[in-house]
Design a protein around this ligand. Structure first.
Ligand code: IVH
Length: 675
């Protein structure tokens, strides 16, 4: 067989295998026997071996996995992955309906579409030119993790589709109940920790660095929407979109139903509340969406979620346990949080041994006492809580619980600030608060320093190596290696991770500083609006409050934060350490970068560079107005090729695409920044 004949046969095999895969996994209606399928697959594997040039990432042979990643790259989503507002009862749904009606022009015809809320994790699956290009987790909604090799192993996800152009398909990855039970049985037998529930199992499987492990986990995806598309797909409603996705070969959930009125919606909710356990997969509620795109657009979004959809969460399961103890912790702002320590009990699929008690008032209102028999639930959420005390079972002689009057860490008097329910330690030198502040700084949503968790921070703190977040940047290898259970490799990785965090976009740092009332979203808005730390510091109250999300109270805390000498010193130290003070996220300052040699061009980065990791290179290119894609095509303008670049470089050469080495890349960056 010559190459051309082989190519033709490969294409035939692709088509047959894809079709069978779809018939088997999505339609549940196999067209051939397993043996026939295996024979065709074997033929394809052999052909790819004899003609390596014919192998591709989206070959059905890749379903079994094989790629082992070192870590998951962070990838921005083409459009944000939003979450939904929640409804917990009929009244919430009726309220949602009222708001929808109010938001639409008088007399507008509209309908709802109800879907099962699959209990898994959201994924984005992008296609370009009909090929699966990337699969990503939701992450923080703006940036997720690249889990492409694992997504490819999911049999209900087509590797190629007939829709050309770019399309970002959104859905829920999940593990069917049966697969979950089998997996846990197997883990029990091999002495491994079982997964708490199918959602955790699915999430754990998709985060496997070895795609073979993920492939063996029998995951599936129900797609529930289109994030964005470059194609005019001639669809005008969500239900049209789902139907089209079905035709394209995706698995959509067939239990969806169009409802003309909120009464019909309520009937659907009641029906599925009763029937949920009959399904092969777990659901945790019902998602209700306004169907017509025109109506969705008219309703728009709030800061977090669309106004045209809501998630009804099933009522939580309850269980009974005993309150063994109340643990108190001091948070980074000095708040004392009580946590119930319980005799372990199963609630909604997981074993619960701790539950939040929130604050002093709640303990008093519910009159929760040590030794009480208590009812626990996981209300729609994952966080277990104490619902009430079973008074009939209370021991005689039990006494009401008293919160302490002094800080359990530093001993200073606790205060209750006006209008607050929390007890606070006001001593800013309180060790527990400082430690919590450090933990917050390195956490995922803040500076995201890999390898620096609560344990290491505590060790560093107790060894007197860090007092402020700026001290992290002064740490040396010799100091780290002295710590207990710290190997050479971990120490080196840690130094690298700390160094890498200096390049984070400004909002991460701003959030990490832990300024009161400044959550991660507000930090991002501030970073986008002001661009740099310097400009934010210089901002007056009025400059701050013109921003939608910033009220007087927030503006005031921000101003006061930067006025304090201690904070000014801290920022100076961070500057000295070389921590980035500039927003390099998605929003582009078009005017500033439109002259750059990156603007509007499509880049592919390949090979290894000394001064830039793949992800960093991507960030810089994007910040200068370029686009980065994973594969070389005729549309690629520039290939940045580091050391040991392979097939992408060869392909670029054959297509006559401009190629930059690292030196040229750096020069271009510097030139662009100077402009
Ligand atoms: S629609 C912008 N539909 O529930 C709307 N979500 O809080 C995007 N989910 O993050 C979500 N089943 O992970 C939608 N049929 C369904 C869903 C569903 C499960 C998850 C999804 C989302 C969360 C909503």
């Amino acid at each position: 067989m010559n190459q051309q004949e082989a190519q033709q046969r490969v294409e035939e095999l692709y088509a047959m295998l894809h079709e069978q895969n779809h018939a088997y996994y999505v339609l549940d209606n196999p067209k051939m026997t397993d043996i026939e399928y295996d024979l065709l697959l074997k033929e394809l594997i052999d052909l790819e071996e004899s003609f390596p040039a014919l192998a591709s990432d989206n070959s059905p042979t890749r379903r079994v996995g094989g790629t082992v990643s070192e870590r998951f790259e962070k990838v921005p989503h083409p459009s944000p992955m939003l979450s939904l507002g929640n409804a917990f009862n009929e009244a919430d749904l009726i309220d949602f309906d009222r708001k929808v009606r109010q938001g639409l022009a008088e007399g507008t015809a509209f309908s709802y579409i109800c879907e099962l809320k699959i209990d898994g994790l959201a994924v984005s699956i992008q296609y370009e030119n009909g090929h699966l290009l990337r699969g990503a987790t939701r992450g923080d909604g703006a940036i997720g993790e690249d889990i492409t090799t694992n997504i490819r192993t999911i049999r209900t996800v087509p590797l190629t589709i007939s829709e050309k152009g770019k399309i970002d398909v959104r859905g829920e990855a999940y593990m069917p109940k049966k697969s979950f039970a089998a997996l846990n049985a197997q883990r029990d037998e091999s002495g491994e920790e079982p997964f708490a529930n199918p959602r955790n199992a699915a999430a754990g499987s998709l985060r496997q660095l070895d795609s073979k492990v993920a492939a063996a986990r029998n995951l599936a995806v129900f797609v529930y929407g289109i994030g964005s598309t470059s194609q005019l797909m001639d669809i005008s409603s969500h239900s049209d979109g789902l139907n089209r996705l079905g035709v394209l070969g995706f698995q959509t959930n067939k239990e969806r139903r169009t409802c003309a009125t909120i009464e019909d919606v309520l009937a659907y909710v009641i029906e599925w509340t009763g029937k949920r356990t009959t399904l092969d997969y777990e659901i945790d509620g019902i998602v209700i969406k306004v169907d017509q795109f025109a109506n969705q657009e008219a309703l728009g979004l709030t800061s977090k979620s669309p106004r045209w959809a809501i998630a009804y969460k099933f009522p939580a399961e309850e269980a009974v346990s005993t309150l063994v103890d109340i643990e108190l912790t001091v948070g980074r702002t000095g708040v004392i949080t009580p946590t119930a320590i319980l005799t372990p009990v199963k609630v909604a699929g997981t074993t619960v041994s701790r539950a939040t008690l929130h604050n002093e008032d709640i303990i008093r209102e519910k009159d929760i006492r040590l030794g009480d028999t208590v009812v626990i639930r996981k209300a729609g959420d994952i966080i277990p809580e104490v619902v009430r005390v079973v008074l009939e079972k209370r021991d005689e002689g039990s006494i009401p619980y008293q919160m302490p009057v002094r800080c359990i860490s530093c001993g200073s008097d606790l205060t209750r600030l006006e209008g607050e329910v929390a007890l606070r330690c006001m001593n800013s030198a309180c060790k527990a608060q400082i430690r919590e502040g450090l933990i917050h700084f390195v956490s995922r949503t803040a500076m995201n320093i890999d390898g620096l968790g609560e344990k290491v921070i505590t060790q560093l703190f107790e060894a007197n190596l860090i007092h402020t977040v700026a001290d992290l940047y002064k740490l040396r290898y010799e100091q780290l290696i002295e710590l207990e259970r710290m190997g050479e490799r971990s120490a080196n990785n840690l130094i690298e991770a700390i160094e890498a965090s200096k390049q984070n976009s400004f909002e991460k740092l701003l959030f990490g500083l832990g300024i009161r009332h400044i959550g991660s979203r507000v930090a991002r808005t501030l970073a986008q609006e002001f661009g740099t730390m310097e400009k934010l510091i210089a901002a007056e109250s009025e400059d701050l409050t013109v921003i939608n999300e910033i009220g007087d109270k927030m503006a005031d805390t921000i101003e006061r934060y930067f006025e304090q000498a201690g904070n000014q010193d801290l920022i100076a130290e961070l500057r000295e350490a070389g921590v980035n003070f500039t927003y390099t996220g998605k929003k582009l300052d078009v005017e500033a970068v439109s002259d750059s040699s990156f603007f509007g061009k499509s880049f592919v980065v390949t090979g290894k560079m000394e001064s830039y990791g793949r992800e960093e290179a991507k960030e810089v290119i994007e910040s200068l107005g370029g686009k980065v894609s994973g594969s070389v095509s005729k549309k690629t303008n520039v290939v940045v090729a580091g050391e040991a670049a392979g097939s992408k470089l060869t392909k670029a050469e054959s297509l006559g695409i401009e190629i930059w080495n690292e030196e040229k890349f750096i020069n271009e960056i510097n030139d662009s920044k100077r402009d």
